[in-house]
Design a protein around this ligand. Structure first.
Ligand code: PGA
Length: 246
């Protein structure tokens, strides 16, 4: 039976060093080479390490490179910013957009929509993060908040966009929604964007809880923060995914 594609996205946030990036890229690519071909790994190190990570990998690497953000314009007088074409030029195939840590820093839906458009134009696969606050979760209004965040997609072509469902209260907290809650949120996203949309789960994922999460047919992979930082933890995550999706 042909397996549905799954993505394991390692979001290193603002951690790492040149040495750790090089060693990690090599080791995780080897781990992926033993996993089913339906599993794609994406390594998102901090921006200065993107080219270094790419250079540590063979041409046809199983591990792909992603960025954690891009600017909404192709070029311009924007000191300290990086455009989507520049990311593509440095070996990136993916870019995380609208992570809740950036939304908390003031990134608006309008800015996120513009970034998505530029990422698609540059040939990158955007990983759009959506997810409800603790208050919305407690009030039972998760789907309303998701619909509001998804509305920014407007007329953009969706076939190449990955959606990461990341409840804000689950990120870095050690807490995760129940399997039923994850499945319901993923079904809602697919009902808004179309059943073919690939939706990943993120928020306190580790090798132990990944098995149950990936067993849900609605889930097409995971966006992993702190548990993606160590080679041994990420190897265990890839092994768990291979068991469920192999
Ligand atoms: P976490 O982070 O796995 O450390 O909760 C996930 C994320 O922020 O993407």
């Amino acid at each position: 039976m042909k397996q549905h594609p799954s993505w394991l996205i390692a979001n290193w946030k603002m951690y790492g060093s040149a040495d750790s990036v090089r060693g990690y890229a090599f080791a995780i690519n080897s781990a992926l080479s033993r996993a089913p071909a339906s599993i794609t790994g994406v390594f998102c190190p901090p921006l200065p390490y993107l080219a270094l990570a790419r250079a540590a990998l063979p041409y046809n690497s199983r591990l792909k490179i992603g960025a954690q953000n891009c600017h909404g314009e192709k070029e311009g007088a924007h000191t300290g910013e990086t455009s989507a074409p520049m990311l593509a030029d440095n070996g990136c195939g993916y870019v995380i957009i609208g992570h809740s840590e950036r939304r908390a820093g003031g990134e608006t839906d309008a800015a996120i929509a513009t970034k998505l458009a530029r990422a698609l134009e540059a040939g990158l696969v955007p990983i759009l993060c959506v997810g409800e606050s603790a208050e919305a979760h407690a009030a039972g209004t998760t789907t309303d908040m998701l619909s509001q965040q998804l509305a920014l997609l407007g007329e953009l072509p969706l076939s190449r966009v990955l959606i990461a469902y990341e409840p804000i209260w689950a990120i870095g907290s050690g807490k995760t929604p129940t399997a039923a809650e994850i499945a319901a949120a993923h079904r809602h996203i697919k009902s808004v964007l179309g059943s073919e949309t690939s939706v990943l789960y993120g928020g306190s994922v580790n090798a132990r809880n990944l098995r149950e999460i990936l067993s849900l047919p609605e889930v097409s992979g995971a966006l992993i923060g702190s548990a993606s930082l160590k080679v041994s933890d990420m190897e265990a995550i890839i092994a768990a995914a291979a068991e469920v999706r192999g």
